[in-house]
Design a binder for this molecule. Structure first.
Ligand code: NAP
Length: 300
């Protein structure tokens, strides 16, 4: 598995495993441990979390599995996020769905994540969404303190547009190392609005969430999904690939910005199939055929 150099002391596996849906998989902690070990065997060592996943339960489920074999911690990189406040029976004090990127909230959220994940450090902490009420001086203070205390190694953002990324960066003494954004052949917004250009300009590899559009490409009966399925199937046959999911991943991997797709499935066969997509090369014709079938028209 290829590795992506993010800083001089941190690399990610090119594919990342996402734990957003972990609580839906209804696994025992032994089963989650087995999945973590099998994912590591594929060469995928980077795991993506957020405090809010599973209504504040997924980090605990992962941490309980990790506690069965703590030696695995050194073999992986853990990414988690903070900044969204979600009303939940697990957080009865939360009244409204909102964002909070204050120093106090970030510090408390990071401490909760450390406790839940049963780890002493987070490799990368992301601000989950741009916050219209952000005081970047406070966000920077929280980052500095968490870094000084050895609790978080590096920081990044998620769902930030280029101007939001640059604004927060201007308050920090160290670089934000990634922007986790929605990228798939089905959702082109970040390819079209300058977000990917900003990542290229700053040499910051983006993490791609919902690379399969959360399954929509397979299941939706809208015209775009139908067009994409037929183009992807044509190219799958040309490449003799195992499934159209591999062509979707290859479309992302072949982009020069060093996109790191986050696999959302808990099924090992799907994770292995995804990992094998790193060997598929798409030519310009194939890459643009997929782009155009999503757009529904030719490029200008
Ligand atoms: P995804 O890979 O686009 O979607 C996963 C869904 O697609 C699952 O329901 C999966 O079903 C289904 N699927 C996968 N392969 C399939 C196939 N061959 N045929 C039919 N269905 C298939 O990814 P995602 O789960 O939406 O997102 C991935 C990760 O990104 C999350 O775990 C999370 O870590 C991160 N994320 C971040 C944000 C953010 O705002 N930063 C937002 C959303 C997600 P099965 O489970 O049955 O395989």
């Amino acid at each position: 598995m290829e590795r992506v150099q993010l800083t001089n002391d941190l690399t990610f596996s090119r594919f990342i495993h996402g734990l957003w849906r972990l609580s839906d998989w209804n696994q025992s902690k032994e089963e989650t441990l087995k999945l973590i070990e099998e994912v590591l065997e594929t060469g995928i060592t980077t795991f993506d979390h957020a405090d809010i996943y599973g209504s504040y339960t997924c980090e605990d489920l992962f941490g309980e599995a990790l506690a069965l074999k703590p030696s695995l911690r050194e073999k992986m990189e853990i990414v988690t996020k903070c900044g969204i406040v979600l009303p939940s029976t697990n957080r009865p004090e939360h009244k409204t769905h909102h964002y909070n990127t204050s120093k106090k909230h970030i510090m408390e959220s990071a401490e909760n994540s450390l406790t839940s994940l049963k780890t002493d450090y987070i490799d990368v902490l992301l601000i989950h969404r741009p916050d219209p009420f952000m005081d970047p001086e406070q966000t920077a203070e929280a980052f500095n303190q968490l870094h000084k205390e050895g609790k978080v190694r590096h920081f990044g953002v998620s769902n930030f547009k280029s101007h939001q990324f640059s604004m927060l960066q201007s308050y920090l003494d160290f670089p934000l190392i990634t922007n986790q954004i929605e990228l798939s052949p089905y959702v082109l917004e970040n390819f079209q609005d300058g977000t990917i250009d900003h990542a290229l300009q700053n040499r910051i590899p983006p993490m791609a969430w919902s690379p399969l559009a959360g399954g929509e490409i397979f299941s939706s009966d809208d015209e775009k999904a139908a067009r994409l399925r037929s183009t992807l199937e044509k190219i799958r046959a040309e490449k003799d690939a195992d499934g159209i999911d591999q062509i979707i991943y290859a479309w992302l991997l072949n982009h020069p910005s060093r996109i790191m797709p986050i696999i959302g499935s808990g099924k090992l066969d799907r994770i292995r199939t995804a990992a094998a997509a790193q060997d598929i090369h798409l030519n310009h014709d194939q890459w643009f055929e997929i782009l155009q079938s999503s757009m529904g028209h030719d490029v200008p």
